[in-house]
Design a protein around this ligand. Structure first.
Ligand code: TRP
Length: 327
């Protein structure tokens, strides 16, 4: 039997190469060796201001991005969190064993609470508990995530441990499989839609080049003839390393250090590789966007399968806490 993985993405709209390299590409690779459940976590997404029409569109775009990146509904379960209400129910139970003094210390909570002072809602505080449920309700042993999610996985383990201690061995303590979050084209901030420092998966080669050409490199390399330091260059470190092969890496690394190539030469090689990797993804995005019924069917059927697994765990939990009226 394969071991289980759960991971989730918030439906934030258009996907960018940070989502692809940091998560989706990796998920697609993991699905042959693990029994995977991938969630579009829309209940998480409503902890920040949202609009009903917009979120529906984003859920769809997110599902399209999953499929275009190679997530295969024949191999993995693709589910929508709000279609599996067991998540919400188990969250209530977990709430009652989760210490508030720890939740208020979670870095993402502190950050969001200071960004949206007028909307420090309960969901924001409860975000990590719902996330623990996403993972534990499928008894997942591994969770591929970005490095910013590590505190959430630690809390998930604590909740599992606490439940097991009080009510008997029920949940495994899941481990994270970490990928660093990718820096944006500005070379300082993580790739983020609001900062506008990203390349989107559905952008044309022309659009990609327009963004890549002026992207920040080694800031001390001011003139073409100055030698550069690849290890101080975000384009080399985050981008070339992700898209180029070993020979190309050696070539640009040397060429940069002895100034035999300029930053634009280096970026042209990168550009070709990005286009090579992303063109099939972009084409699939276009294709799936036209197959609305198919995509929605994948989510609905996947959520039904997830619901069966989730219900099994929820029953076990209810039995263990003495809520066994129907069994
Ligand atoms: N918090 C995660 C993020 O923003 C999304 C998420 C929700 C998730 N539930 C999860 C990730 C469970 C992994 C497992 O990236």
């Amino acid at each position: 039997m394969k071991r289980r993985i759960f991971s989730g993405a918030q439906p934030t709209g258009r996907l960018h190469i940070g989502n692809y390299l940091g998560a989706l590409q990796n998920w697609a690779q993991l699905q042959s060796d693990y029994d995977c459940v991938f969630g579009i976590v829309d209940y998480h997404a409503i902890t920040v201001p949202f609009s009903p029409q917009e979120i529906k569109k984003r859920v769809f775009d997110c599902a399209v991005g999953f499929l275009a990146s190679g997530i295969d509904p024949e191999k993995s379960i693709v589910m929508l969190q709000s279609l599996v209400p067991q998540h919400a129910e188990l969250t209530w139970i977990f709430n009652c064993i989760s210490p508030v003094q720890e939740l208020i210390r979670v870095p993402t909570f502190k950050e969001k609470a200071s960004q949206q002072k007028g909307n420090v809602n309960m969901g924001l505080l409860d975000y990590p508990v719902l996330m623990a449920v996403d993972i534990l309700i499928y008894k997942a042993e591994f969770v591929p995530v970005g490095d910013d999610q590590i505190p959430h996985i630690e809390l998930t383990r604590e909740i599992a441990r606490e439940f097991n201690k009080r009510f008997g061995e029920t949940f495994p303590e899941p481990k994270e499989i970490v990928r660093p979050r990718m820096l944006g084209l500005d070379g300082t901030n993580k790739m983020s839609k609001t900062l506008g420092n990203c390349i989107y998966l559905d952008e044309s080669p022309d659009e990609i080049w327009k963004k890549l050409a002026p992207a920040v490199t080694d800031t001390r390399r001011k003139k073409r003839q100055d030698p550069g330091e690849p290890n101080d260059c975000n384009i080399f470190k985050s981008y070339h390393k992700a898209f180029s092969n070993r020979e190309e890496l050696t070539y640009v690394e040397k060429g940069c250090r002895n100034a035999s190539i300029g930053c634009l030469d280096c970026k042209r090689i990168l550009f070709d590789n990005i286009v090579k990797e992303l063109t099939p993804v972009r084409e699939k995005i276009e294709r799936f966007k036209d197959k609305k019924d198919y995509v929605m069917d994948v989510i609905i059927e996947g959520s039904k399968k997830a619901g069966v697994l989730a219900e099994r765990t929820l029953r076990e939990v209810k039995q263990k806490i003495g809520f066994d009226y129907l069994s």
